[in-house]
Design a protein around this ligand. Structure first.
Ligand code: NDP
Length: 256
């Protein structure tokens, strides 16, 4: 029941494109306030404008407050100072969607350069952990909260060429599972969403902007959309407070 999201405040990392952008817009439609973060400030601002339009269209009186804040989640100093940048009327965060992440260098481990290895761990794992650390004490104080982490099927499987990315997503899964167990008997919920193939900028990033190579990944299959995954995220967040959706695994029908 989406009425549970009315007036809630949601922080979405990686909200400038793909799953994160679709998630921000869907929460906006459901009457939530959204803090959008990513590195590309201009694009982020455009997504915040889409949120505003979606909220207006919904006709709902609750929610409708949006802030686009530039943040590199892999930069520890930026994350440490982040909450001070959040407008005071949005500081009472109810839901965190840890979505920022990427893959580069899907090739033999010996060919992956060090900067890509460190970058993926710094964003997909350490960034997710440091953003999460900002909130549990706040959540505990107000006795409510929900952490939703984006894992992947790559956090459950291993495949040739996927060494670093799968390692980061396995780490996300281990971290999320431990967090869930640490917070048992509290009203704070923890969810992991594990998508299969989703058509977003993800593939373009993976191939360093090579559009043709990025497109080829989806040959012969109908991938999921960012909106499909956003619907799962918003669904998990809108369950009654005694229900914790621990994990959601979503494949396109023609991927296994
Ligand atoms: P996109 O590339 O479309 O979106 C990734 C988002 O992460 C962008 O908004 C990007 O914004 C942001 N981001 C990347 N690095 C940082 C950083 N250091 N600090 C802050 N923001 C950052 O990909 P998706 O929407 O597909 O990916 C979202 C999540 O879903 C990722 O965690 C990914 O691993 C996961 N996933 C994706 C799948 C897919 O097939 N697409 C499948 C399974 C999981 P900016 O560049 O502006 O910083």
């Amino acid at each position: 029941n989406a009425t549970r999201l009315l007036g809630k405040t949601v922080l979405v990392t990686g909200a400038s494109s793909g799953i994160g952008a679709a998630t921000a817009v869907l929460f906006a439609k459901a009457g939530s306030n959204v803090i959008l973060v990513a590195r590309r400030a201009e694009i982020l601002k455009q997504v915040a404008d889409q949120c505003l339009a979606a909220h207006k269209e919904s006709g709902l009186s609750q929610g409708g407050k949006f802030a686009a804040i530039q943040l590199d989640v892999s930069d520890k100093a930026q994350v440490a100072g982040f909450l001070e940048k959040v407008p005071s009327d949005l500081r009472d965060i109810d839901i965190l969607v840890n979505n920022a992440g990427y893959v580069l260098g899907v090739e033999h481990v010996g060919n992956i350069n060090e900067a890509d290895i460190e970058g993926m761990f710094a964003t997909n794992v350490l960034g997710l952990i440091s953003v999460t650390q900002l909130l549990p004490s706040e959540f505990k104080k107000k006795q409510a909260g929900h952490v939703i982490n984006l894992g992947s099927i790559a956090g459950r499987e291993a495949y040739a060429g996927g060494s670093i990315y799968t390692a980061t997503k396995h780490a996300v899964r281990a971290f999320t599972g431990s967090l869930l167990r640490e917070l048992v008997n509290t009203p704070i919920r923890v969810t992991e969403i594990d998508p299969g193939m989703v058509e977003t900028e993800f593939s373009l990033v993976r191939f360093r902007g090579d559009t043709a190579a990025a497109k080829k990944v989806y040959d012969g299959i109908q991938p999921l959309t960012g909106h499909d995954i956003a619907e799962e995220i918003v669904w998990a967040a809108s369950r009654p407070p005694h229900i914790n959706i621990a994990e959601v695994l979503v494949y396109p029908v023609n991927q296994a």
